[in-house]
Design a protein around this ligand. Sequence first.
Ligand code: 45D
Length: 322
Amino acid sequence: MALTIQSAQNIFSNTQVPSPIPATIALFDQLGVDDQLAYLWYAYTEMGKTITPAAPGAARLQLAESLLNQIKKMSPEEQTQVMRDLANRADAPISRSYGFFSVNTKLAFWYELGELMKQGVVAPIPSGYQMTPGVQVVLDATKKLDPGQQITVLRNTVVNMGFDTSDLGPSSYPKAVEEPAFARTAPSISSVKIDGVTEPAVLSYIEAMNADNFDKAISLFTPEGALQPPFQKPIVGHEAIAKYMREEAQGLNMMPKQGICEDQPDGSKQLKITGVVQTPWFGVTVGMNIAWRFLINPEGKIFFVAIDMLASPEELLNLRRV
Ligand code: 45D
């Protein structure tokens, strides 16, 4: 029987436990725009008491510089309007330019805005803003998340801001810019050991990703292979996966710990592996508990891999099939 992405998505589906991350994002989505901005500011400053992102490199900030310079010159009211436009995904000039940014450039843009707010150069919260009870509900939900889940919620809100440029024709695209590299903060992990797993494609995948060797990682996939990031649809084919990895998988430290491997009658294998991933934004201070679910074809190539954020650390040990 031919492997399909749809059936691959369902491997180990019984071990999937609903994540509190989308539940928190759903609460956030119900807030009005000023409440969203206020929630984000409180959540970001509250989080900043224990963990703060690393400053983005100069090359990354340069990509956001022109927008930041425009904002610096504005009145506080105009600055607030820019932030409302971003949160509303309005078709306004800055919101549109932001919409073309890569995920990490969007994060760098907000990092720098946050610094400018601390310096008093940019207005933090709409003046005269009165907090509504809804904001407190989302803040309380956020406090119950672990740090890895909290930064995922923040990242998601940042990614979703700005005008949705995906429907615009290619003629409106700005010139493609090279994605700046992340400096690795921790020594890259060279030899991979996963309790219960010896599958070469999986071990090579982790090794390649820990060295940002995306060409090597891609070569382990079948041509029609797919990668499904947390809370996203599968990304299909070498070219699309490579573009995604260059934009979003740089500098990650992947530390798989344990897994199970099940041989299928057709010669394919299904593996579930759990462990911890660190993002270069927070380095060793924040670990994200995740699972990889791999479908390896009979020729030993990766047909499908899903990356799932775990609902709780207990899920690290949830490797049973039934
Ligand atoms: O004033 O095997 C706000 C893949 C607004 C690849 C702000 C992976 C208000 C394959 C925005 C709040 C990548 C899928 C200010 C594995 C305001 C693979 C500023 C998994 C100032 C394992 C906010 C990787 C700021 C994973 C500056 C799971 C917020 C990666 C900054 C996960 C937030 C990475 C940052 C995550 C969040 C990174 C920097 C979750 C970074 C999060």
